[in-house]
Design a protein around this ligand. Structure first.
Ligand SMILES: N[C@@H](CCC(=O)N[C@@H](CS)C(=O)NCC(=O)O)C(=O)O
Length: 202
């Protein structure tokens, strides 16, 4: 398998973390997203027309984009995805929450801060909204984790990986997690799982 990736990406990290925990070997191709390397005609025509990483290239030469779809695909038939119909749907519930309510608000400020993106007036205004919506999403997680050790079925799954990726580095985008003790405790539980690798590991 080949992971088309960028080391700083939390979306890419989700896949790297699961592959490491599954013990699956893979090759990684690094793209400089600041220099538009995922927007070339070769990438758009041959790898993914949406021009973003991560993309998983399977051993059969099939391409699969979207981090949470890749997690779901790789987790099939493993302990990282529950068997029951309702629990599988709950994994998707948290993944859709991650993509709609969490990632656009918690990850984007980190990207702006860590990639030297110019803070135009438009971005400054957008940041205020993202800050509020990001804290709303963290609040939803806190409420769930006050009652549960993990997101679905009381055990670690790809729902946790999807949400962990950008939550554990939220401070890099200016989010203070002090007010979310249950989230911080869950971050510690995830980081203690067997086969854990940090976001910096390629
Ligand atoms: N919904 C996608 C988002 C992917 C995404 O935003 N990728 C970013 C890096 S985290 C990217 O490739 N940016 C480069 C670009 O947009 O040109 C996923 O979860 O995989």
């Amino acid at each position: 398998m080949i992971l088309h990736d960028n080391l700083s990406s939390g979306n890419g990290y989700k896949v790297r973390l699961l592959l490491a925990q599954l013990g699956l070997p893979f090759d990684r191709i690094e793209y400089d997203i600041d220099r538009g390397e995922t927007r070339t005609p070769e990438f758009l025509d041959g790898i993914d027309p949406n021009g973003r990483i991560p993309v998983l290239e399977t051993d059969n030469g099939e391409f699969l984009a979207e981090s949470d779809a890749i997690l779901f695909f790789l987790a099939e038939g493993t302990p990282f995805l529950p068997d029951g119909r309702l629990e599988r749907a709950r994994v998707l519930r948290w993944m859709f929450f991650e993509q709609y309510s969490h990632e656009p608000n918690v990850a984007t400020p980190r990207y702006w801060a860590t990639h030297g993106i110019e803070m135009t007036e438009e971005r400054r205004l957008a940041l205020q909204t993202k800050r509020k919506l990001g804290h709303d999403a963290l609040g939803v997680m806190e409420g769930h984790l006050c009652q549960n050790d993990y997101f679905v079925g009381g055990r670690y799954s790809v729902a946790d990986i999807a949400l962990y990726a950008y939550t554990h580095v939220a401070h890099e985008g200016g989010f203070d997690l002090t007010g979310y003790p249950a989230v911080r405790a869950w971050i510690g539980r995830v980081a203690a799982r067997p086969g854990y690798v940090p976001i910096t590991r390629g």
